[in-house]
Write a protein that binds this ligand. Structure first.
Ligand SMILES: [Zn+2]
Length: 287
């Protein structure tokens, strides 16, 4: 089946999960390559098979090159233990899962490989290069471009929301999450990519150290009963991926970044991955 046909079928089979980004009504029919809402607004599937729910082009600094570097690292297993831990937390029965800020989609594909195949996966991002790459993946997931602050999804439509190193909008998450649904937010800890940060920044730079306490505090304010699962390991960095490692992270974009020498790059053979998984259940009273 062609990509666009596969995407249309997947979305229509689960069309109650989506809502019109213009009027927030349900989609009532599929007409040609367009989803049509109850008020007659249309959204077209493009040739890559995704839906573009934004009225304007989103701005993001993440470009195609960065996503390709990121994909190489993820395929080499950089985040695999994190995804394994996420899988441990998600209930076993079939889930409707939303991946927030999915990027080029590899973590969602890895998650799907651990699960039964009865889930429905939706990954969204504001980045067009990211979503275009994600739709090339061989996985039964639907990818779209959408705005975190105005999710094109119906109230109470997801069992699980997963969010890896992305910004959050807790009001929207609570709206689209089912009662008793699970929210898993992965945030970096102080040790995250420590070797890289110390290589790129001097100790006078604000990025030399990283502190997640503000993010953690805000999450606990929204979800006082949240639990925190820490995952920490060393990732052996193959020499062929050192340049991609530097390219995939926003750390290398800022001003005052040290340009590593050849020897420094050769010595970068392992990085620390140190994250916290913030896990919350949506309580019935929330919305
Ligand atoms: Zn509409």
């Amino acid at each position: 089946m062609k990509k666009i046909e596969r995407a249309k079928k997947l979305v229509w089979d689960h069309h109650q999960v989506f809502q019109c980004p213009v009027c927030q009504h349900a989609f009532s029919k599929l007409s040609g390559n367009s989803l049509v809402c109850e008020q007659g607004h249309t959204i077209d599937f493009n040739r890559h098979g995704y839906l573009h729910f934004l009225n304007t082009q989103g701005t993001t600094e993440y470009d195609r090159e960065m996503f390709l570097s990121r994909r190489k690292l993820l395929n080499a297993g950089l985040f695999r233990p994190i995804v394994e831990q996420v899988n441990e937390i998600i209930p076993e029965d079939p889930q409707t899962i939303l991946d927030v800020g999915t990027g080029e989609g590899t973590p969602l594909v890895q998650l799907a490989s651990f699960r039964n195949n009865k889930d429905f996966y939706v990954g969204f991002d504001i980045s067009k290069p990211g979503i275009t790459l994600a739709t090339q993946l061989d996985v039964d997931a639907f990818f779209c471009i959408a705005d975190l602050r105005h999710l094109p999804f119906a109230d109470h439509s997801f069992d699980t929301i997963l969010e890896l190193f992305s910004p959050s909008d807790y009001r929207e998450f609570n709206r689209v999450l089912k009662d008793n649904g699970t929210l898993i937010k992965v945030i970096p800890n102080a040790g995250y990519l420590l070797e890289l940060r110390h290589l790129l920044y001097g100790d006078h730079n604000q990025h030399y150290d990283y502190d997640n306490s503000k993010v953690l505090k805000l999450f606990k304010k929204h979800y006082p009963n949240a639990s925190v699962v820490r995952v920490r390991y060393q990732f052996e960095l193959p020499s062929s991926l050192v340049t991609d490692m530097i390219k995939m992270t926003p750390m290398s974009w800022g001003k005052d970044v040290h340009q590593p020498t050849k020897t420094e790059l050769e010595n970068l053979n392992s990085v620390t991955v140190d994250v916290s998984l913030l896990v919350a259940k949506k309580e019935k009273s929330k919305i």
